[in-house]
Ligand binder design. Structure first.
Ligand code: P1T
Length: 383
């Protein structure tokens, strides 16, 4: 059979009917352990921290979506990031994009900084990045693209080439695009990371993470640390993600259609200072977005005219957009990064990046776009 298309893979890879009963929906293997016929003789499963058949199915599906040989799913996006950090020898140097999820910044600067050395740099500027690589000699380059929350886009192909030439691995946090709109391994990256909590699961009812890659050596290391430390996802949560992922392709199309309309609406609104959306020609890296992404996603960041009181008034007035951390669910969410998702980044670092009190982040859901625009229009009128 020819290679399946994305829309088919999300439904069929890992979704085969149960061979023992014919159940079209795979069962949840809600078990902690597995019976052995003789010590060490088993069917490939010994203990659920190490392996679980429901998780195996999800891993197969996710690997196929990122065109990867291997996948591990974990209990959260941050535990997937932690596994990568554990895998590196003590004292490793990591060059990280300067605009990343606040929890990633905290994990690196407050937890793993005891073991490794971190430098944060603007990875959208290739000259600056190359100089930093030469000076700092990192063994790993970590990028989010598009970034959270400023939606900055880095050139994955160029960075992976630079990294390889300098003996470094490239990790791409692909959470904002999902495997539907971007496949970093195809662009030369070594490891892809997802917070499955977001678009992959898509229903705001699971926390989870995933790592995809091709190297057998990395597989051995990640498996060792996953098993030794224990951040494995529960079978029930893996099953929920298997259920949610079936609609990933149609959800991503709907998120994008709505986001494009909303981005245009906001761009033309007098109370908005600036809109950042990769699909707008005014986005500073729009050209790279077109080249390396298959679409522009459902995240929009914008600056209101005003400060904290205008932002607060706007956020309190929204009715459909729920004020909540997280993103990527079918329902629309709104976030105030400076107070919420990026509060763990020191104020001076945040403001150097441009994360001010008038910055608002939207995760555009798949509701009717006119209802969403009405909601935004009404809330803007209240300012
Ligand atoms: O929340 P968790 O599943 O552990 O994933 C962490 C994470 C990793 N990478 C990116 C790009 C993320 O956005 C996140 C989590 N982000 C939020 C909770 C948020 O509201 O931005």
């Amino acid at each position: 059979m020819k290679e399946m298309k994305f829309e088919t893979k999300v439904i069929h890879v890992g979704g085969e009917p149960d061979p023992t009963t014919g159940a079209i929906m795979p069962p949840i293997f809600q078990t902690s352990t597995y019976v052995q016929s003789s010590p060490g003789e088993h069917k490939g499963y010994e203990y659920t921290r190490s392996h679980n058949p429901t998780r195996t199915r999800l891993q197969e599906c996710l690997a196929s979506l990122e065109n990867a040989k291997h996948c591990f799913v974990t209990a959260s996006g941050l535990s997937a990031s932690s596994l990568i950090m554990h895998m590196l020898p003590k004292g490793s140097r990591i060059l990280c994009g300067d605009d990343v999820y606040g929890g990633t910044y905290r994990l690196f600067s407050k937890v793993f900084s005891e073991f490794h050395d971190y430098k944060f740099v603007d990875t959208t500027d290739l000259n600056k990045l190359e100089n930093k690589i030469k000076e700092f000699k990192p063994s790993l380059i970590w990028i989010e693209t598009p970034t959270n929350p400023l939606l900055k886009i880095s050139d994955v192909r160029a960075i992976s080439t630079l990294a390889k030439a300098n003996g470094a691995l490239t990790v791409v946090d692909n959470t904002f695009m999902s495997p539907y709109f971007q496949n970093p391994l195809d662009l030369g990256a070594d490891i892809v990371l997802h917070s499955m909590t977001k678009f992959i699961n898509g229903h705001s009812d699971v926390v989870g993470g995933a790592l995809m890659f091709n190297s057998d050596e990395i597989k051995e290391k990640i498996f060792f640390y996953q098993n030794a430390i224990g951040p494995s996802q529960s079978p029930f949560d893996s099953w929920l993600v298997l259920r949610g992922i079936k609609t990933l392709a149609i959800r991503m199309k709907a998120h994008e259609q709505n986001a494009l309309k909303i981005a245009h609406f906001l761009e033309n609104h007098p109370k908005i200072e600036k809109v950042l959306y990769p699909g707008l020609p005014t986005h500073p890296q729009h050209k790279i977005a077109v080249e390396q992404m298959k679409g522009f996603g459902g995240m929009i960041t914008f600056f209101l005219r005003g400060g904290i009181s205008e932002s607060t008034q706007f956020l309190k007035s929204l009715k459909l957009f729920a004020l909540a951390e997280s993103l990527g669910g079918v329902e629309s969410l709104v976030d105030h990064p400076a107070i919420m998702t990026h509060a763990s980044i020191p104020k001076n670092v945040r403001e150097d990046l441009g994360i001010f009190d008038n910055l608002i982040r939207l995760s555009v859901g798949i509701e009717d776009s006119l209802d969403l625009i009405n909601d935004l229009e009404n809330a803007l009128a209240k300012i």
